[in-house]
Design a protein around this ligand. Sequence first.
Ligand code: IPM
Ligand code: MN
Length: 366
Amino acid sequence: MAKAKILVLAGDGIGPEVMTASIAVMEKAAKGSGLKFNFEQDLAGGCSFDQNGTPLTDDVLKKAKKADAVLLGAVGGPKWDTLPHEQRPERALLGLRAGLKLFANLRPAKIIPALISASSLKPEIVGGIDLLVVRELTGGIYFGKPRGRKEIKGGFKAFNTEVYSTPEIERIARAGFEAARVRRKKLTSVDKANILESSILWREVVNQIAKEYPDIQVDHMYVDNCAMQLVRNPKQFDVIVTNNIFGDILSDAAAMLTGSIGMLPSSSLGEKKNRLGFPQGMYEPVHGSAPDIAGKGIANPLATILSCALMLRYSLGRDDIAQKMEKAVEVVLQKGYRCGDIMVSGEEGKIKVGTQEMADAVMKEL
Ligand code: IPM
Ligand code: MN
């Protein structure tokens, strides 16, 4: 019987509460399916800094490398905001991404019909949105060198480097084309090729790789225009492929179109296959640690539940269980269950629930 080895890094803020609730849901969904989990829990982020003096220990990274997949809650909080760069909780995320070589970050934004009214945009604009941001995750300005700060006359200068090589662009472009192939076969590559050399190379390489995918319709868009098009006419997008920083920004905007960032899962994949023969990956909700509501039991667990579903689909090869979980989430929303973040004021007949009640409602549908 297959036993999946999962490293759980619940992290900070609402991370632990949404993670506990989601794991219970996933275990229920997998019951009787033949799949068993071997969970190992550890620290990452601010909680790791408090205990170990570093947001990510070598030991945890080693465990992550040996796992079939990593589930991550959220990291960060005001308590650690004044720490130096290298000790900040966010470094745990970057360390895991780089250490596991997770170069492709998939962030789907799909509108759930029951939640159309939670979007800040008009229903006719957002109804039917189903797009995927494929964000490059281990390169660009997040990791480029030189970076740093120097003292100069009159103060400092601080600098970062946006840099991409042909192979880095090739592999993320292929990830974008492959994703488009199993969707609506449309790929929008987003860059700033009117200004940046790295974007000019990006565009050239994407066009080169496009020759391998004659069945996919490709277009190129400048990032500023893309930001505008996302709020003007988001339904034009199927797959968006872009660099690390543009993907960071655009995926937040795309997420919010669907009503709440508290609903959206993400997966980060590399080239490495796990023991089960599927890509090793890290799965996490797009939302952050939400320190303002942490520990109150009111955080929405659905993004983490849906992240578990993505893990089942991509890293554990169990699309069947993933679909079961996604369906259950949809039914629960149709029935009117809402956490605070997706409650729309003035809407009738909705049932306001906390983290555990939401998870219980999903489990009831499984
Ligand atoms: C994200 C987050 C991270 C990023 C931060 C927390 C380092 O915003 O996953 O989008 O910028 O990549
Ligand atoms: Mn972000």
